[in-house]
Ligand binder design. Structure first.
Ligand SMILES: [Zn+2]
Ligand SMILES: [Zn+2]
Length: 379
């Protein structure tokens, strides 16, 4: 089996394409046609076709022959694509790109070994009160983070002792495994385990960090929690995560905010909702009650004739908004309490009241729908 299509066309490159673009084109195709991702029936054939085109165009001699004499020239020159040693496309792919652990980048991606690597992010949570959320607060969080070893300044050597070129990798920080495949030699690179990719090893490793240059430390950070923050929101603090390697930047710290439940309020975005009990006779007569606010309490006038579950709004007494200087409202649900356990005298008063009531007294002016809305939509 071999293709008769033009190899340049197969890879989708110009006849003048340089090695790098040929390599790039093949990598792109190979990813696209990989059996794990591409379920189309002809993907395997197309992969082999691409591999054949790459095998020829990546080799200067074969490419020159192909350019001058075409497919025929290659055949008569003794070349024939040979994948017999490979059981399946997956095998070819693995031989080419490295094993599962190696990933796509292991051959051509340029090993990251030895290069700067950003440190990992750290996530912690912090619990605050509703008051803290209303006013903003400084909260201390503690967590374990990888930090640069102070004792050796991160280079892994006892201060004043020499650092030498790693004998295992010769200073490159990488170990290469070369294997032969139908595509020629395939090189797999991995970070050197002797020097951790640094290319240099301490002759006298730092006793504080055992030569790693990094250590795990309990870190405490004071976090400014802005006024108006809500439960579940995250604060990101750049550079306070794990330390980077080989000069890479540190990761970030994410602080997830848990706002403790407050028995006085339910929070709805920037509004606070609370409830006050008002005895039925006082609801009929009108009264003044004390309602809780985030910082204490305030007086609220209850108008005569207020109905159960009616909501009174105190503007600006809710939570601050994260952006801008506005505040939400405090919504007060009036819970009209019907007296129970009446004594004889109270009963008599109630009976006299009940007898005196007219339709005019009981007209709330809002029909069935209005009453239901009050009952269900106050919060
Ligand atoms: Zn150290
Ligand atoms: Zn090494």
């Amino acid at each position: 089996m071999s293709t008769t299509r033009d190899y340049y066309e197969v890879l989708g490159v110009d006849r003048t394409a340089d090695d790098a673009s040929i390599k790039k084109a093949f990598r792109r195709l190979a990813r696209e046609l990989h059996p794990d991702v591409n379920q189309e029936p002809d993907a395997e054939e197309r992969f082999k076709e691409a591999a054949e085109a790459y095998e020829v165009l990546s080799d200067p001699d074969r490419r020159a022959t192909y350019d001058r004499y075409g497919h025929e020239g290659l055949r008569s020159g003794g070349y024939s694509p040979n994948f017999e040693g490979f059981g399946s496309v997956a095998d070819i792919f693995e031989a080419f790109f490295g094993g599962a652990g190696g990933g796509f980048g292991s051959v051509f991606g340029g090993g990251r070994a030895g290069g700067p690597v950003q440190g990992g992010d750290v996530a912690v949570s912090a619990e605050i009160t509703l008051e803290d959320a209303a006013h903003g607060a400084a909260v201390e969080v503690a967590y374990d983070a990888v930090t640069r070893c102070e004792h050796c300044n991160g280079n892994g050597a006892e201060p004043g002792t020499p650092i030498e070129t790693c004998p295992k990798c010769g200073g490159t920080g990488q170990l290469r495994a070369v294997s032969r495949t139908p595509f020629g030699q395939v090189v797999r690179a991995a970070a050197c385990d002797a020097c951790g990719g640094d290319g240099r090893v301490a002759t006298n490793p730092c006793h504080e960090c055992a030569g790693r240059g990094r250590r795990v430390e309990r870190v405490k950070v004071s976090v400014d929690v802005p006024a108006g923050i809500d439960h579940g929101q995250r604060i990101r603090i750049t550079g306070r995560g794990h330390a980077g390697e080989h000069g890479g930047p540190s990761g970030d710290l994410y602080v997830q905010i848990h706002v403790r439940e407050d028995p006085r309020f339910i929070r709805q975005d920037s509004d606070l909702v609370t409830v006050v009990d008002v005895a039925a006779p006082l609801a009929a007569l009108g009264t003044t009650v004390e309602v809780p606010t985030i910082d204490g309490s305030t007086e609220l006038e209850i108008p005569a004739g207020i109905q159960p579950n009616e909501t009174l709004v105190i503007r600006g007494q809710g939570m601050p908004m994260l952006r801008g200087r506005r505040h939400g409202d405090l919504r007060v649900v009036v819970n009209v309490v019907v007296p129970r356990h009446l004594k004889r005298e109270q009963k008599e008063l109630m009976e006299r009241l009940a007898e005196s009531l007219t339709e005019h007294n009981l007209d709330t002016g809002d029909g069935v729908l209005g009453k239901l809305k009050r009952a269900f939509h106050h919060a």
